[in-house]
Ligand binder design. Structure first.
Ligand code: DP6
Length: 390
């Protein structure tokens, strides 16, 4: 039996991927740019074993059996890696051997925090380790076919997914713009919003957008190319001001397109809008852009903030969004934040908009991170090819 175990991180888009020109190959209508987060706070972990004795391909996700062979996206990833292994020539066991896969997310899938990106990136990266394949552009085209945004989670730091133009998708690849060390003090506060309602998933939402929104093509053709260029320059120069402005405008444009979709897709809720307002007021009080929000296909807010500004921003959030468990470890997750004294100006700015209690479920403090990593054999989620639990 041969096995590999890896972790892969979540990534958060700065310039958003929204809309496909080919559903099956997952080819986007525009480029996107993201930041990969530290796998310590949020990651998918996957073990894959291959054995001559396995009768069929099997998968367990968070301990539950997942129908594997019926899942077109999973099969595309497996077949894609097989194709690369075949082309590569050297593999230590026959490609006909079946695989058993166990995968876990270390954060609640229900929170809607890019679990598919980390999950598919981890699946493809672990398969590549199992078949001794290098991490390269071709591998990103396979992760892309699991979930579009997954191709960006194969690299750490800042990543650019180029839409490409080939009809077979061979040039729709992810490339690293800068590693995490380029801007190591780039941190993030994720505000998980209390919200139980079920929403239209990204796949459906963007499908409907491409079909019905008249703004979406204008955005893809006329607006995104310049934004990508400007954002790349801002990242290169570590210019937080420009970075923050583009990020917030991008998020707002994504949600404007969602409203232009018919029937509209509403992802942000009242709490999300209260957070966006709070960030603008906070930046005004500070006299500079110190926090930048971005929202994906859900109500949770991801706030980009430099490490040195995290304690003050968090203190202001705690004032503006009071919570009964504000100091508990269940409420404040991730990298610890030293307490700060809240000055009057800040208190006035934050308390100008004190919201009702307990609007946030919890807060995660994380930062820019490296890409997927292989772990040692002791970290395996499978024993003799079967999950440790269930
Ligand atoms: C709003 O990658 O989840 O997070 O390719 O259909 O699996 P599929 O969609 P997915 O879409 C992510 C959309 C987004 C923006 C982004 O990550 O760029």
């Amino acid at each position: 039996m041969f096995s590999a175990t890896c972790v892969a991180p979540v990534n958060m888009a700065l310039v958003k991927y929204w809309g496909k020109r080919n559903e099956e190959l997952i080819l986007p209508i525009n480029d996107s740019v993201s930041m990969t987060l530290d796998a310590n706070e949020m990651c998918a972990k996957t073990t894959i074993s291959a054995s001559e004795s396995f009768k069929q391909n099997r998968m367990w996700l968070n301990g539950d059996v997942v129908p594997f062979e019926e899942n077109a996206r999973l099969m595309r990833c497996l077949e894609g890696v097989h194709r690369l292994a075949l082309a590569n020539g050297a593999h230590k066991f026959p490609l006909s051997w079946k695989v058993h896969i166990a995968s876990y997310n270390n954060f609640p899938t229900a929170a809607g925090l890019a679990s598919s990106a980390a999950g598919y990136a981890c699946l493809v990266y672990t398969l590549a380790r199992l078949y001794d394949l290098p991490l390269n552009e071709e591998l990103t085209t396979i992760a892309r076919q699991g979930s579009g945004s997954a191709c960006r989670s194969l690299y750490g730091g800042f990543v650019h997914w180029q839409r490409g133009s080939a009809s077979d998708g061979s040039d729709s690849i992810a490339v690293q713009l800068a590693p995490a060390e380029h801007w190591p003090n780039m941190h993030m506060l994720i505000l998980v919003v209390n919200d139980a309602r079920k929403k239209t998933g990204s796949t459906k939402g963007m499908q409907l957008g491409v079909k019905t929104s008249s703004l979406i093509q204008h955005r893809a053709k006329e607006l995104v190319p310049q934004r990508v260029k400007d954002l790349m320059a801002a990242i290169d120069a570590r210019d937080f001001d420009t970075f923050a402005e583009i990020t917030m405008k991008e998020s707002n444009q994504l949600h404007a397109i969602c409203l232009d979709t018919y029937p509209p897709c509403v992802y942000m809720n009242d709490v999300s809008h209260a957070i966006a307002n709070f960030v603008h007021d906070y930046n005004e009080t500070m006299g500079a852009l110190q926090a930048a929000y971005t929202f994906d296909a859900g109500p949770n807010a991801c706030l980009y903030v430099l490490a040195e500004n995290v304690p003050r921003l968090l203190a202001a959030i705690q004032l503006a969004f009071p919570n009964d468990s504000s100091q508990s470890v269940e409420y404040l997750k991730g990298i610890p934040v030293p307490p700060v004294e809240v000055k009057n100006g800040l208190r006035d700015a934050a308390t100008g908009h004190v919201n009702a209690k307990n609007m946030l479920k919890y807060i995660i403090h994380t930062k820019i991170g490296a890409g997927p990593q292989q772990l040692s054999e002791e970290k395996s989620l499978l024993i003799d090819g079967y999950p440790l639990t269930k």
